[in-house]
Design a protein around this ligand. Structure first.
Ligand code: PGA
Length: 253
């Protein structure tokens, strides 16, 4: 299976013109990659246009949807709407939304809605802090099991897990995970997935890492961290950096 590199543009850039500029600069390189699938998770307002410029192995994704199917919900977008304007993937459960009050139960509902609408969820999990006693393992287990509650094994090939330790995300983060800590955590996540979906489904579920991925740390993390790719925030808005990270992943296979 190809490795996966996801760009999470968050609420950037501020104009469609800039969005096309970033996209086109990445596209030139992304189309040449043989072993990497690139997913651009962009603000919903750019999905339609960027989807029209997109070509395999590139895909467009959204960054959220609402947990209701349709109706009187001012300001919200449904999973079906996002699918209908061209999204194939969707980031769910990002810590920036959890911080605003999104619960595991909301995320679980969204996962089911997106799968019903043939969108592939990129599901974020991650601990707030890494305590020495290792309590973060049970935090991860609880998150994973509650957001995947009732999601059957027939969906295993649709699901991508993004492990994003909150303490390592964004410019406020003081440190980044090292590849040994990452490997240990990924093995733990995979063990939970095996228990839930069985060994034969494990290889269908990709586990990505996100949180301050950059051109300097990508090589060690992909070679030694046991992951299937990255979810990149800040550096996904800088085409040269993002292209370099994708290249590193391409050569890691
Ligand atoms: P970052 O963001 O790469 O800027 O740390 C990652 C994310 O929040 O998905």
């Amino acid at each position: 299976m190809k490795k996966t590199v996801v760009a999470n543009w968050k609420m950037n850039p501020q104009s469609l013109r800039e969005a096309e500029g970033i996209f086109k600069n990445v596209k030139k390189k992304a189309l040449k990659l043989k072993k990497v699938k690139t997913i651009f998770c962009v603000p919903a307002v750019y999905i339609n246009r960027l989807d029209s410029l997109c070509k395999n192995p590139m895909f467009i994704g959204a960054q959220n949807c609402f947990f209701q199917e349709k109706g009187s919900w001012t300001g919200k977008a449904s999973a079906k709407m996002l699918k209908n304007i061209g999204a194939d993937y969707i980031i769910l459960g990002h810590s920036e939304l959890r911080k605003l009050g999104e619960t595991d139960e909301n995320i679980n509902t969204k996962i089911k809605l997106t799968l019903r609408n043939r969108l592939n969820p990129i599901i974020c999990i991650g601990e707030n802090e890494r305590d020495e006693e290792g309590n973060y393992f049970s935090v991860l287990e609880e998150q994973l099991l509650s957001i995947l509650k009732g999601v059957g094994s027939k969906f295993s090939e649709k699901i991508i897990i993004a492990y994003e330790p909150i303490w390592a995300i964004g410019k406020a983060s003081k440190k980044i995970i090292n590849s040994k800590e990452l490997l240990q955590t990924v093995i733990f996540i995979k063990k939970i997935l095996v228990d839930k979906y069985g060994v034969k489904n494990l290889e269908k579920i990709q586990v990505l890492y996100g949180g301050s991925v950059n051109t300097r740390n990508a090589e060690d993390l992909i070679l030694n961290g046991g992951i299937d790719g990255f979810l990149v925030g800040r550096d996904s808005l800088i085409p040269d950096h993002f292209n370099k990270i994708s290249q590193i992943v391409e050569y890691s296979v």
